[in-house]
Design a protein around this ligand. Structure first.
Ligand code: ANZ
Length: 899
């Protein structure tokens, strides 16, 4: 009998389904563990082997925690609104709904084949009316609230205090005042409009279309905005208690971008009625004496007013030319030193020394940040220095290195800006003060003289929350003939999408819904809002719905929410490090303020899995490689064995090629389809290999040899139960007889200890090596597994290769699934060391040592020993995500990894 995954796996999947093995219910007698994957967008191309990396990791944790007595919530669903289905509809006429559900079926089929322990009874799709009913409900909560600065939280709009003079102006004024304070508001915001494609593009989509030759312009449109900026400080502060990767915490902080500084008021030399002042934001008020010119963003409202007649044409031409560029492009160009701008002809007066300073416009200053205007200090700001040098503007030094700072004498601000802190010079009342004190003193002076005040600024902008698309959640709002915006009312939810034939926006960019007049126009003359919500909306709260997914009366019950939340472990791609997590945290905080959820933060621990890289092949000859780029994929290649090394050649031309590893993508042709891997090796092998490739957080290449290696390991484990010892005559003897040798029991307990400790750390690759060592040892000694050892091995294997583990467990005479078997405990008395020492080298340099269990024979167990070496801290720290060229093993002495 040999290991037949094709029979074993479907059998156990059917068993789990039939017994609802993974169904979770609130149970206050047990501790809970909520483990969540970032749910996928069900794309047309199906899963590739990158998806299951994170899913396997969470599944291991889910299974491990169940065996440790936790009540585990492990759900899966679909982030199923989104542009690809809509584009597909425009091309083929297939309704996005049909396409979406077709893709979901395919994704689900693939996920089920992998044997993940999801509670499928909790499956949700963001496109189901039963789901988006509550997305719309949450939107109404946001729209129905204002932010009370004093209490530091959102409150219902009905509780907004109305100033007496607004009250006196009547109902319409009160309503307008409320609308201004809502957390969701209407705003004319510029969007990226692509006239050729007739679509509004998200910022991150612009580059691709421009490259494809399409024009993208910025045009103002009616948009819904959410006041996430009110939460900027809380979104920073509450990161404190989260168990997240440092890099993600850092990215969140940077995105929110808190800056401390001052707002400074400059008088205009030629007063223009009420427009007599210019306000700027600066993080360096201590450099005020060095401001030699000012710059307004081209869109700044004062540009019109202050430009002199002589400069008008030049200014207008410049403003027109920058309107084509997005803020991102402008920032990128500015960072590369591309400095353009035009003088307005106007002057401002420096409040500290009454000097006249010329006012320019330039697109390196952005309207959306600070006040949209700056005082330029070319002596101490790199961007200003580049601009001043280009335009021939004066450069003045007002900061000198602090006494004792190295390199102090060589400062020459004419040649190069000096942005470092130091001591103030040429700066009147703050002369000789160190930068921090100079900032404080000048800010105080500005405040005392009514010329400014301390200010904290955030880079974070309000969230542009509407899209001109069909396949999204409709807003539950109507526009009344009076101009008033009103809720459709909670009873009218969900507002479903109208059936339409044409999914294109109108010529002018009006959303496709605007054309569904029978839907838009209501009997009382009101019109429905025709924008839809962005794809982020559905993914902002799905983790809450999973707590109580079939609740028809509420988005979730507080009982379920209080029991399951927060998510204990959240695993997903690093591409969501900023926006998804920030938006979800923001909604969560609004819901917290309004009393709908009980935790401040949704996701306690976060892990980003690395990427699975796929292979393509490029010419090895550098000369040839420099020519037009030629890339070949797997089936055009032949591997030839030359001595110890494998070479790649093109099948037809025999041209020598080298391998190149990239992120898997359909366009590169380097994608591996899990269906094929599962057909050949089975889900357990695939899961095992996904975890064995390397540390979860690191990117790693998909190598077919590695898959085969994991398959061989499972085959060996299988034979331990059914075929060993080699001379066994009756099967009963091989299964769980006796105690096993003393050596076997020692090894067993060491394996329990190692696997446990490594799973706790989510160091799955090394946990798997422990299991491999165990199997190899028993096999080598041609031993019969003892009764305990056989059962415990099944338990240890279960999180990683659950189908085979169940099969072996059943063969031992157990009738129940081992899903809820208690996790084994190592006996400390059995954990006495029995090892030899292996030296670890990377590129020939000694990087550490590793204790290898004596059970691993230096001559026989080459694979296991090198695997342990590769997985060791010492080696992986130096190898990182590079793929090793060669691994040299000197039996019993050392492993040298060449990268
Ligand atoms: C004078 C100055 C002197 C500045 C100096 C810096 C160094 P962060 O840290 O990003 O907040 N700035 C302000 N508003 C801007 C806008 N809308 N577009 C482009 N630049 C803007 O940086 C704040 C600094 O960026 C401000 O401080 C201002 O330049 C510039 F030695 O003012 B500073």
């Amino acid at each position: 009998m040999s290991y037949d995954h094709a029979t074993i796996e479907p059998r156990w999947q059917a068993f789990w389904d039939e017994h609802e093995t993974f169904k979770a219910e609130v149970d206050r007698t047990r501790p809970k563990y909520y483990v969540l994957d970032m749910f996928p967008y069900p794309s047309g191309s199906g899963l590739h082997v990158g998806h299951p990396e994170g899913y396997t990791a969470t599944d291991i944790m889910a299974r491990y925690k169940r065996m440790n007595g936790f009540n585990v919530l492990h759900p899966m669903g679909w982030d199923s609104f989104g542009l690809p289905a809509e584009r597909y509809a425009m091309k083929t006429g297939t309704h996005p709904r049909d396409r979406t559900y077709e893709c979901i079926d395919n994704f689900k089929r693939q996920l089920k084949m992998l044997g993940f322990s999801y509670d499928w009874s909790r499956e949700i799709a963001t496109t189901d009316p039963e789901y988006f009913k509550w997305t719309q409900w949450i939107f109404l909560q946001v729209w129905g609230s204002w932010y009370d600065q004093d209490q530091g939280k959102a409150r219902p709009i009905a509780e907004l205090p109305i100033p007496a003079q607004v009250q006196a102006q009547g109902e319409a004024a009160v309503r307008a005042y409320q609308d201004e304070h809502r957390l969701a508001y209407l705003h004319d915001a510029p969007v990226n409009w692509c006239p050729d494609l007739r679509v509004v593009l998200a910022n991150e989509e612009v580059a691709e279309q421009v490259e494809a030759g399409h024009e993208v312009i910025r045009v103002p449109m009616h948009q819904w905005m959410l006041k996430i900026t009110k939460y900027a400080q809380r979104l920073i502060d509450d990161l404190e208690d989260l168990d997240w990767p440092t890099s993600v915490l850092e990215m969140q902080r940077n995105w929110i971008g808190r800056s401390e500084g001052a707002e400074v008021v400059f008088e205009l030399e030629a007063k223009q009625g009420p427009a007599s002042q210019l306000r700027v934001f600066t993080t360096r008020p201590d450099t005020l004496f060095g401001a030699t010119y000012m710059v307004l963003a081209p869109e700044h409202p004062l540009v019109e007013t202050i430009t002199t007649a002589a400069q008008r044409d030049a200014i207008q031409a410049y403003v027109a030319s920058t309107a084509h560029r997005t803020e991102r492009e402008r920032q990128a160009a500015a960072a590369e030193g591309d400095k353009t701008g035009v003088f307005t002809g106007a002057y401002a007066i420096n409040p500290v020394n009454d000097q006249r300073i010329p006012i320019w416009i330039a697109d390196y200053v952005l309207m959306g940040y600070g006040t949209g205007a700056i005082m330029a200090v070319p002596g101490h700001d790199v961007r200003d220095h580049a601009f001043a040098t280009t335009m021939g503007l004066p450069i003045v030094q007002v900061v000198a290195p602090a006494p004792g700072d190295s390199g102090g004498d060589s400062i020459n601000v004419q040649a190069q800006a000096y942005p470092e802190p130091g001591v103030a010079v040429n700066s009147g009342l703050i002369n000789d003060l160190p930068t921090a004190e100079a900032k404080a003193k000048i800010t105080q002076w500005l405040a005392d003289n009514g010329k400014g005040e301390a200010r904290i600024n955030y880079k974070l902008r309000d969230w542009l929350f509407s899209r001109q698309r069909y396949w999204g959640e409709p807003f539950p709002l109507i526009h009344k003939p009076s101009g008033e915006v009103a809720s459709v009312g909670v009873d009218a939810l969900p507002v479903e999408l109208p059936e339409v034939e044409d999914f294109n926006p109108s010529e002018t960019g009006e959303p496709p819904l605007a054309k569904a007049l029978a839907w838009v126009e209501l009997p009382d003359g009101s019109r429905r809002e025709t924008n839809t919500m962005p794809q982020w909306a559905g993914s902002c709260w799905y983790y809450l719905r999973f707590c109580d997914p079939r609740n028809a009366d509420a988005p979730w019950s507080s009982e379920a929410e209080q029991y399951w939340m927060p998510v204990d472990l959240y695993v997903g791609g690093a591409e969501h490090a900023v926006l998804h997590l920030l938006y979800a945290r923001f909604w969560h905080k609004v819901l917290f303020d309004l009393g709908h959820v009980s935790t401040r933060e949704p996701f306690q621990k976060l892990v980003n899995q690395g990427m699975v890289l796929g292979a393509t092949y490029v010419p090895r000859d550098p000369q040839v490689a420099a020519g037009p780029k030629r890339v070949f994929v797997g089936d055009e290649i032949e591997e030839v064995q030359l001595g110890d090394v494998v070479e790649y050649v093109h099948k037809q031309t025999r041209e020598p090629l080298t391998i190149q590893w990239d992120k898997m993508s359909k366009s590169r042709g380097n994608v591996v389809n899990p269906d094929e891997v599962i057909a050949e090796y089975g889900a357990d092998t695939m899961r095992l290999y996904e975890m064995f490739m390397g540390p979860l957080e690191a990117s790693a290449p998909w190598q077919p040899e590695g898959v085969a290696g994991c398959f061989r390991f499972l085959g060996r484990a299988y034979r331990l139960f059914f075929e060993s010892p080699k001379d066994a005559e009756d099967r009963a003897r091989t299964l769980a007889q006796g105690e096993g040798s003393e050596r076997q029991r020692r090894l067993l307990h060491r394996t329990i200890a190692e696997v446990t400790e490594r799973v706790e750390r989510m160091a799955f690759n090394t946990a798997i090596s422990s299991l491999m060592v165990f199997v190899r040892d028993i096999e080598k000694n041609d031993e019969t597994l003892g009764r305990d050892a056989a059962g415990i091995f099944c338990q240890l294997l279960a999180p990683f290769a659950p189908h085979l583990a169940e099969e072996l467990w059943r063969a031992l005479g157990n009738s129940a699934s081992l899903t809820y078997e208690p996790w084994p405990k190592a006996d400390p008395a059995m954990l006495v060391a029995d090892t030899w020492t292996l030296v670890l080298q990377v590129n020939g340099k000694r990087r550490g040592e590793l204790e290898i269990p004596a059970s691993l024979d230096p001559k026989q167990a080459k694979d296991e020993i090198t695997a342990l070496a590769m997985a060791s801290e010492a080696v992986s720290r130096f190898v990182g995500d590079k793929s090793p060229k060669r691994v040299i093993y000197v039996p019993g002495r050392l492993v040298n990894v060449v990268v």
